[in-house]
Design a protein around this ligand. Structure first.
Ligand code: AMP
Ligand code: MG
Length: 355
């Protein structure tokens, strides 16, 4: 499949509090005509197309260079929109929707005939989310109500958390980019499969296992998310691909924090002496203790949501700085931390050192 490299990409800034209707209408028109519009959500920037128009959805795969068996999430703006694209909505799913929508949670449900298989990667199920972002929801409504929107990055690169990231991957390949500033959360939505019993988390995100269990009882977590040696294929089709990869070789160092800092200092010195460019991912609590390399502070351990919101941006910065090796501290795999560690380990190709 080809994409149109000569395409002129319109870039428009828009503000949540003073939303410019003309820009929303223009985005909606492009989507209705089968075009591609990138827009902010609370998780990461999405690359939108009309989810019910097979040809439009196919353009997403071409622009991202995404394998066509990797299904797309359909974004809706209102609860009433759910019926048309699903065959049935179990009671538990209704409860989850009421509690967490709009929000960073995607549910897998049985699809209706209206959703083309080109959107679902050939599956009989559909992934649905209602984003907690006013601009996103207005664009979804203006575009017809059903917008497939994977992260707006080239397949394999870190997901975009600001419009500049989208432009650097997608300019010339898509019709429009809506710049609504930096996103809030910074890692993709939790994916919960509601077609199995008990429901299963296929991707960790800001809505955690604990939050879901409190509401609907037992929830399973796909083991392949945590155990890199698992021989089983991940249940979510997209999970088999190496995602979120920086250009450098990334290694996560895990252990007691003093030992981690010492080991990263040792590794950084060794690589620098050999003439390599080294990046270090530290935290507010540790950055002062690093002695070599290009040191970046990802956030504070006292609030792991700060780490989530800076992760992808920092990986992209290291790419533009030309880092060849990146050493990162490990983070507590609790709450949003489990989403952070899931993405970090994938970016590292599961290279972890225990000290
Ligand atoms: P994203 O790149 O954030 O749009 O991720 C979409 C991911 O959602 C895919 O890579 C799949 O892992 C998952 N997904 C979407 N639709 C389905 C589905 N019908 N069944 C299982 N997983 C799905
Ligand atoms: Mg993605």
């Amino acid at each position: 499949m080809c994409y149109n490299t000569g395409m002129k990409t319109i870039i428009e800034q828009i503000n949540k509090t003073h939303m410019n209707r003309d820009v929303i209408e223009k985005a909606g028109d492009i989507l209705k005509k089968g075009g591609l519009v990138a827009f902010p959500t609370e998780t990461v920037y999405g690359l939108g197309a009309d989810a019910l128009n097979e040809e439009a959805a196919q353009k997403i795969y071409a622009a991202k260079g995404r394998p066509s068996d990797n299904p797309l999430i359909v974004h809706i703006a209102d609860m009433e929109a759910l019926d048309r694209i699903t065959k049935e909505v179990p009671e538990a799913a209704q409860k989850v929707a009421e509690a967490f929508w709009p929000g960073p949670l995607t549910m897998i449900l049985k699809k209706s005939r209206e959703v083309p298989k080109g959107t679902t990667g050939g599956l009989d199920t559909v992934a649905v989310r209602m984003p907690d972002h006013e601009i996103a929801r207005e664009i979804i409504r203006a575009g017809g109500g059903y917008i497939a929107a994977p992260s707006a990055n080239t397949s394999g690169r870190p997901s975009p958390t600001e419009a500049g990231h989208v432009a650097s991957d997608m300019e010339g390949r898509i019709d429009m980019i809506i710049d609504g500033g930096a996103v809030e959360i910074g890692v993709e939505s939790t994916i919960l499969d509601m077609t199995v019993m008990p429901p299963m988390i296929l991707r960790p995100g800001a809505v955690t296992e604990e939050m879901l269990e409190e509401l609907i009882g037992e929830v399973e977590v796909d083991k392949t998310l945590i155990d890199p040696d698992s021989k089983k294929a991940p249940k979510a089709p997209g999970m088999k691909y190496r995602h979120y990869a920086p250009k450098a070789e990334l290694v996560v160092v895990d252990g007691r924090i003093e030992a981690v800092v010492d080991e990263i200092n040792r590794l950084a010195k060794e690589k620098e002496e050999a003439g390599s460019k080294v990046g270090i991912i530290g935290t507010q609590e540790t950055v002062g203790r690093y002695k070599a390399g290009n040191i970046k502070c990802i956030g504070t351990r006292t609030d792991e949501s700060t780490i989530a919101s800076h992760l992808y941006g920092i990986l992209r910065e290291f790419d533009s700085d030309g880092a060849e090796f990146i050493y990162s501290e490990a983070f507590a795999a609790e709450g949003i931390g489990s989403a952070v560690m899931n993405r970090l380990l994938k970016a590292a190709g599961h290279r972890v050192m225990h000290v």
